[in-house]
Design a protein around this ligand. Structure first.
Ligand SMILES: Cc1ncc(COP(=O)(O)O)c(C=O)c1O
Length: 415
C-alpha cells in the first residue's frame, strides 16, 4: 500500500474488462456509419429500433403518479406484499396447490439478477450444511454469462458446466444433459432456464423436462429456475411456466428467480422476485426469515415504483388482460423477424440450414456464426452481435432485414 501523499492507495487495483454486452452497445453508439445495426442489445426494440414503454405500464404509471394516498416510506424488507404474492402466482399458476397450501414465499428483489444473488447467498449459507461452499453448482453450457459470477461471488467454489447445446445439430444435447445430472453429486444445485434459454433460444420439450425432473428427483438435485423471459417464449404466460409448474407438481422444493425487466419492459426499475416453494408453511417461514437477514445487509429494502406497477397490473383482471396482449405484441414481433430473416437467407441460398432461426424461441437466436464471421459483421458491416454469434431478434426491423441478411450471407460465403 502506498504511504500517504506518495500516490494512490488504489494503485494496485487491476483494471477490469468491461462487460461484453455493454461494451458492444458503447461501440455501437460510437459508430458513425448510417447502416449500423445493434443485434447485441439485451432489450426489446420496436420496428423503429426504439425502446417500448408498454401501454399498460404507461397507464398504470399515470394512475400511480396521481394517487395521493401513496408515499415514499420504506417498503418492508421482503418487499411489497401484493407484488410478491402476484409475482409468485404468475410463476406457479392460478390454481397452484403449493400456493393454496401456503407453502410459497416471495422475496422482492432488484431484478432477476437480485433474485439470483440473494438465492445464491441463501443457499451458500444454509443449503446442504452450513456455509457449504463446496456444494457443486451446475450451469448450462452455454448460459447467461452472469450466472457463473453471481454464484462465484456468493462464495460457491465448485461451479461446473452441464451439457446443454449441441452445436453440430443446433439443438438440445439431451443425452449429455441427462448424463451430467446422473453423475452430479447428490444435493448439487442446477440452474435451469425456465423458458427461452439465453443464449441458445432452445428449451427442452415437456417430455424432455419430465426426464430431467425424474433424474433430479432420484439424485436429490436442487432446481433453481431462472425465469427472465416468461411470456416472451411463446407469447403465453402459462405455457412459458410449464417447466416450473411441473417441477412443483412433482413435489420439488425449489427457487425461481423471476425478472420483470423484459416482459414488463421495466429494465431500469429493477423489478424481480424470488419465489420459494417449500414442503410446508413452517419451512418457508424459516427460509424467509433468513432471506430477511440477507436482504437487510444487501439492499436493506427494495424500491417501490416497478413493484407497484407490476402488482397493480397483475391484481386487476382488465389490466392483466391488457398486459398479456402487450406481451403478445412483443413475442409476435420476434416471431415475425425470425420468419423474415430465415426466408431471406434461404432465398439467398446462404450455405447451411437456417431452420434453427425459427425453431429457437425467445428474444435471442444462436446464429451459428463463428467468431471470425462475427468480427467481419462488426468491422465491415457495422452490425453488432455477441462473439458467441448470439443475436437479439428485436434488433431486426423491416428496414434493416435485407441489409442484415445480405451481410450474413457475405460473412458465411467469404469468411
Ligand atoms: C437468463 C437471464 N437471467 C437473468 C437476467 C437478469 O435480468 P434482470 O435485468 O431483471 O436482472 C437476464 C437478463 O438479461 C437473463 O438473460
Amino acid at each position: 500500500m502506498a504511504p500517504p501523499g506518495s500516490g494512490s492507495i488504489f494503485a494496485s487495483v487491476p483494471l477490469a474488462a468491461p462487460v461484453a454486452v455493454f461494451k458492444l452497445s458503447a461501440d455501437f453508439r460510437a459508430d458513425g456509419d448510417p447502416r449500423k445495426v445493434n443485434l447485441g442489445v439485451g432489450a426489446y426494440r420496436t420496428d423503429e429500433g426504439q425502446p417500448w414503454v408498454l401501454p399498460v405500464v404507461r397507464k398504470v404509471e399515470q394512475k400511480i403518479a396521481s394517487d395521493t394516498s401513496l408515499n415514499h416510506e420504506y417498503l418492508p424488507i421482503l418487499g411489497l406484499p401484493e407484488f410478491r404474492a402476484n409475482a409468485s402466482r404468475i410463476a406457479l399458476g392460478e390454481d397452484s396447490p403449493a400456493i393454496k397450501e401456503n407453502r410459497v414465499g416471495g422475496v422482492q428483489s432488484l431484478g432477476g439478477t437480485g433474485a439470483l444473488r440473494i438465492g445464491a447467498e441463501f443457499l451458500r449459507r444454509w443449503y446442504n450444511g452450513t456455509n457449504n461452499t463446496a456444494t457443486p453448482v451446475y450451469i448450462s453450457s452455454p448460459s447467461w454469462e452472469n450466472h457463473n459470477s453471481v454464484f462465484g461471488d456468493a462464495g460457491f467454489k465448485d461451479i461446473r458446466a452441464y451439457r446443454y447445446w449441441d452445436a453440430a445439430n443446433r439443438g438440445l444435447e439431451l443425452k449429455g444433459f441427462l448424463e451430467d445430472l446422473e453423475n452430479a453429486p447428490e444435493f448439487s444445485i442446477f440452474i435451469l432456464h425456465a423458458c427461452a434459454h439465453n443464449p441458445t433460444g432452445t428449451d427442452p420439450t415437456p417430455e424432455q423436462w419430465k426426464q430431467i425432473a425424474a433424474v433430479m428427483k432420484r439424485r436429490f438435485l436442487f432446481p433453481f429456475f431462472d425465469s427472465a423471459y416468461q411470456g416472451f417464449a411463446s407469447g403465453c404466460l402459462d405455457r412459458d411456466a410449464w417447466a416450473v409448474r411441473y417441477f412443483v407438481s412433482e413435489g420439488f422444493e425449489l427457487f425461481c428467480a423471476q425478472s420483470f425487466s423484459k416482459n414488463f419492459g421495466l429494465y431500469n426499475e429493477r423489478v424481480g422476485n424470488l419465489t420459494v416453494v417449500g414442503k410446508d408453511v413452517e419451512n418457508v417461514q424459516r427460509v424467509l426469515s433468513q432471506m430477511e437477514k440477507i436482504v437487510r445487509t444487501t439492499w436493506s429494502n427494495p424500491p417501490s415504483l416497478g413493484a407497484r406497477i407490476v402488482a397493480a397490473t397483475l391484481a386487476c383482471p382488465q389490466l392483466f388482460a391488457e398486459w398479456k396482449e402487450n406481451v403478445k405484441t412483443m413475442a409476435n414481433r420476434v416471431l415475425l423477424m425470425r420468419a423474415e430473416l430465415k426466408s431471406r437467407l434461404q432465398a439467398l441460398g446462404t450455405p447451411g440450414t437456417w431452420n434453427h432461426i425459427t425453431e429457437q424461441i425467445g428474444m435471442f437466436s444462436f446464429t451459428g456464426l463463428n467468431p471470425k464471421q462475427v468480427e467481419y459483421m462488426i468491422k465491415e458491416k457495422h452490425i453488432y452481435l455477441m462473439a458467441s454469434g448470439r443475436i437479439n431478434m428485436c434488433g431486426l426491423t423491416t428496414k434493416n432485414l435485407d441489409y442484415v441478411a445480405n451481410s450474413i450471407h457475405e460473412a458465411v460465403t467469404t469468411i
